[in-house]
Design a protein. Structure first.
Length: 140
């Protein structure tokens, strides 16, 4: 369902799809960009920085054969470094409610829980998402 092949190719064209390889196969992937997928959600963020200074982690995934090797944390740290190097003020993301491994990862990396919202995926059986934010620059 998500991401679709079209979305993956678009992310590649926009140069915001990041991949980790192991033995010539994809071990992990992540999209990092300035595009929110939470437009319809009413969220009270920690920072009110301009949109171009907010980064979003989308579809961070680690192949099951490569879990517990630190790839997820490495991708999050890479996202932080990339955003900071480009004057990013914060990183935001959403996690399907109940995805405890992802929640543990993001909390371990210093992300703060903000709210639980609907993103319009109820018809797919995905009614609730938890949203998180990590502020990189305190004053904007």
């Amino acid at each position: 369902m998500h991401p679709t092949m079209e979305e993956a190719f678009k992310s590649m064209e926009e140069d915001c799809l990041y991949l980790a390889f192991a033995d010539e196969s994809i071990a992990a992937s992540m999209v990092l960009d300035n595009h929110s997928d939470m437009e319809g959600a009413c969220v009270s963020w920690q920072t009110a920085a301009p949109a171009e200074r907010i980064y979003f982690i989308h579809t961070l995934a680690v192949h099951p054969e490569h879990m517990k090797r630190g790839l997820g944390e490495s991708f999050v740290r890479f996202a932080e470094e990339t955003a900071a190097a480009n004057n990013g003020a914060a990183i935001r993301l959403n996690v399907l409610k109940g995805n405890e491994p992802a929640v543990r990862l993001y909390k371990k990396c210093g992300f703060r829980y903000i709210d639980t919202v609907s993103l319009g995926y109820e018809r797919y059986g995905l009614p609730w998402f938890e949203v998180y934010e990590k502020v990189l620059i305190q004053s904007v």
